[in-house]
Design a binder for this molecule. Structure first.
Ligand SMILES: [Zn+2]
Length: 179
């Protein structure tokens, strides 16, 4: 199975320091919907793994998060793509759960649910914690410069062997070339 794991905010849609709290605030990054469509047409399964501490912070409820994800799915679908599943962590940084990235829990859940190993599975993110979660789960991290990525690139904690691309479109372009 060809599987790719995507972070959401800052990778698929524009990030916001004020959190994405409504469907109207969910704005795709240029090229990201087309990139997901290309993956889908090439037979990849696309799964999203996203920290959503806005739930723990009472900035939005689960019903609103579900509506945001319906909006995302509809826009992806209109572009000819598909997201197979969305995994989210609703906890805050002080909840000490095992799903909030940089912990690998969400990625391990994906592996269990899809009955697959994560070795060689690209996990694309814009934050150091996306990269750390991917590494901890045994996946292959890829950094994009969108969202927090432009800052993450120069983070001294970033493993310099992690491939960096301008955005999801170019990361996917490369994935489809090397496969
Ligand atoms: Zn969690």
């Amino acid at each position: 199975m060809k599987l790719v794991i995507l972070d959401r905010d800052g990778v698929i849609n524009e990030d916001s320091d004020d959190f994405i709290k409504s469907p109207a605030e969910w704005k795709p990054i240029r090229g990201s919907l087309v990139a997901i469509a290309r993956l889908h047409r090439a037979g990849w399964r696309v799964v999203v793994a996203t920290n959503q501490s806005g739930i723990a912070r009472n900035l939005l409820d689960l019903d609103t998060l579900a509506r945001i994800h319906e909006t995302m799915q509809r826009q992806v679908s209109d572009a000819g793509g598909m997201i197979d599943a969305v995994f989210f962590c609703p906890h805050g940084p002080n909840d000490h759960c095992d799903c909030r990235k940089p912990a690998p829990g969400m990625l391990n859940d994906i592996a269990r649910r899809l009955h697959t190993e994560l070795t060689g599975v690209p996990a694309i993110g814009d934050s150091l914690r996306d990269i750390q979660a991917a590494t901890a789960a045994g996946a292959s991290p890829i950094l994009v410069r969108t969202g927090k990525g432009s800052r993450t690139v120069s983070d001294p904690e970033l493993d310099k062997s992690v491939p960096v691309f301008n955005d999801l479109y170019s990361a996917v372009d490369n994935l489809l070339k090397v496969q």
